[in-house]
Design a protein around this ligand. Structure first.
Ligand code: AMP
Ligand code: ZN
Length: 114
């Protein structure tokens, strides 16, 4: 996808602080972290929003969650706890239209979220 920031990071045309990569996803630290650990898990395939996920993307979505679990362990936040978030469209404040799973940890989060 042209002019997609996260496609460019996936293709390494734009630098990011990578924490995990395999054939399906790239994960990197958020540029504007909202917690001591804030990693974005991004599929290499361009999908604009969670609304655009298709039947044949179900394995990809599971792969993203499994990567989040592995990253949480590696980052030392698994035991204490962490939050995973998909922001979808306007009301959730989605800013980058290439799906990404936020993995946040290293502090206590409130509920309900803001
Ligand atoms: P969202 O609001 O869910 O679309 O989140 C987009 C996230 O991408 C925000 O938390 C931004 O701080 C983050 N972000 C934007 N540009 C970059 C970048 N070049 N590298 C890393 N994270 C970024
Ligand atoms: Zn993209």
């Amino acid at each position: 996808m042209e002019n997609c920031l996260f496609c460019k990071i996936v293709k390494k045309e734009i630098k990011a602080d990578l924490v995990y990569e395999d054939d399906i996803v790239t994960a990197f630290r958020d540029l504007n972290p909202q917690a001591p650990v804030h990693v974005l898990v991004v599929p290499k395939k361009h999908i604009a929003t969670l609304n655009d996920l298709e039947e044949n993307d179900k394995a990809l979505a599971g792969h993203m969650l499994f990567a989040a679990k592995k990253i949480a362990q590696k980052e030392g936040i698994a035991e204490g706890g962490y939050r995973t978030v998909f922001n979808v469209n306007r009301d959730a404040g989605q800013a980058v239209f290439h799906i990404h799973l936020h993995v946040l940890g290293g502090r206590v989060f409130s509920w309900p979220p803001g």
